[in-house]
Write a new protein. Sequence first.
Length: 696
Amino acid sequence: MTPTDIRRQVVLDEHDMSADGRVAVVARRIIRRGRYRTHLLAVPMDLGQTPARRSAIAKPRPLTSGAVRDGWPRISPDATSVAFIRSLPDDDEAPSRLCIMPLAGGRVRRVRPTGFGSVGEVAWSPDGGRLAFTAEVDPPRFLVGPVPPVGRRGRRSTRDDSPVARRITRADWRWDGTGHQDRWSHLFVVDLQPGARPRQVTTGDWGVADIAWNPDGRTVAFTTARGADPDRHPRTTIWAVDVDAADAVDAQVAEPREVLAPAGWANHPAWSPDGRWIVAIGLTEPDPLDDLSPGLLVGPSDGSRPPQALTPDLDRPIGNWADTDLNGWMVSTRGGPFWPAQDLIVAVVTDRARSRPVAFRLSRGMAGSTTWGTLADGDITTHSLAVATLGPAAGAISWLGTDGVRAMELSSLESPRGRPRTRTTIGSAWQRRHPLPVMTRLDVPGGGGLIETWIASPPDAGTRPLPTVVDVHGGPLGGWAPAPHIEVALLVGRGYRVILPNIRGSASYGRDWIRPQLGDWGGVDADDVHAAVDHVIEQGLADPGRLGVLGLSYGGFMVNWLVGTTDRFAAAVSENGVTNQISDWANSDSGPEYDRASLLGDTFSPEGVERLWRQSPLRHVSAIRTPLLMLQGEADLRCPPQDNEQLFIALRHLGRTVEYVLYPNEPHVYGNSGRPDRRIDRQTRMLDWFDRYLHG
């Protein structure tokens, strides 16, 4: 595989399945003429049918086409229509719009924009007669001077439409991947009758996300942060609003009520089938640290009692926390929870960097015990999950995910005792052009216990020592999945081995694996990186004279740290990393809360500043002699350029070998989701850098 082969990559981004399990809709992303295109396809499933009517591999049927990006597909309860969100990749300023079309195919109907901008989410009412959605609304939060009304950004103009200024009064005016958060998204409802116009349901200086209908068809739950000073003390909780109450009182909007408010936080609500309970992802501990894994919380939907942890002893995060860019990183994961039956909740759980669908069985209602069992085993990651709720297929699940080194495909499972079936081949067919990396799992002895480590090798490498690159994942709460990143496949194709260690700090290995790394960046985590490299050398697989190190985000921090504390690496590539924790505390869009939860330190006292500086690679800049390539998204707000430029300038003045490459308009994970030509350039520079210093 070579960098230009990125143009052939296909990703199945999102999906939904009909309530009766007969059909699924997947969003398939491709690259055409240097731009991303995402189209919807219908996939026959026939779950719950007799074996004679089942097919192993289904033939997808195209639903949409053209220069569009269609995502967030949601099938109507009667399985006759699909709602989705459409954006125009050739016009980055055009707002995304809510669309509906027959599932059998036909004309796409666009919901008329009335007082709202880009649409973010969509959900069908239980009777299929209405749609709830979120969309940006006026008034602007911080903008000064005349600006185009919300929803008008897509219209071409010869004048400068930028605001006069931004008057900033809160610390949450920016977010990576979004930039300036000039407007909140609020809840709308639209009747699916000809001529009906959307009606705004909520308003205020807060935003709406994770919308979910109550089975009563009147109430919508959502996630928001409405506590005291939410920009300084971010804490999301679950709220609910009667979408018809506004009409009853002749008001423009309805007043929500808080229904699930743990001491920690909560998001992604789901209602029980009888509407009496709500389950969500969250934590019950106040001001939790990063060593606590988010679990399932359940409480009465009227908010009369505090929520309780459904699985307090699980010690594994709900959702997909496994790192692989074969899912593209362009859309949020859909890991549940789902509540298809009164005694059953289904969600994705990440355990040892494999994310799998899990069934949680409730005994004697909410007062009884809970048992759980994994529905699909193996080296899989689950990026998008859906559950059937009607007819013979009730309880069946489908998911988009990787399996071993295979890229994303649609799979299904009809019953807990059944066998998973792969239903498509359209997501991984592009891989057939290339010999895939051979992934070998090792348990490496380390100071805190065995370090699960993946070794990616060329298929014909055997056991001879090769030039080797250790790749450190991000987070640090990430974890390398069995499915390799594109960069790993490229390095293997160029003749390298790649070491992928899930060092201390990696989520999905339990609290005891995370806790020692908190407040000790560059300590036990760096020890684990060295232990993994030492072990691979001892196995005769790596050439100790030709070692490289690579990493993004926290992985970029680790690269910057390692080259300042050891000379064992002949070359290093740091991407969107961290160099100065003191400046990054405020420069990062999430710095203060991130640093609190990870015990990095703060700027409120000399002791807090000393902790930040003690964990800053810039502290060791004079010791760096490893040739260092620094790659940076210029629009990255998570690990901004200003931070990494400090290391670059210092190294230049010291006369060391360093290059700094800036990619315009690109956010934190541009290497996985940025403009295709920039992704290709990034990968090419990474490969050439290692070739120059590891191959001579």
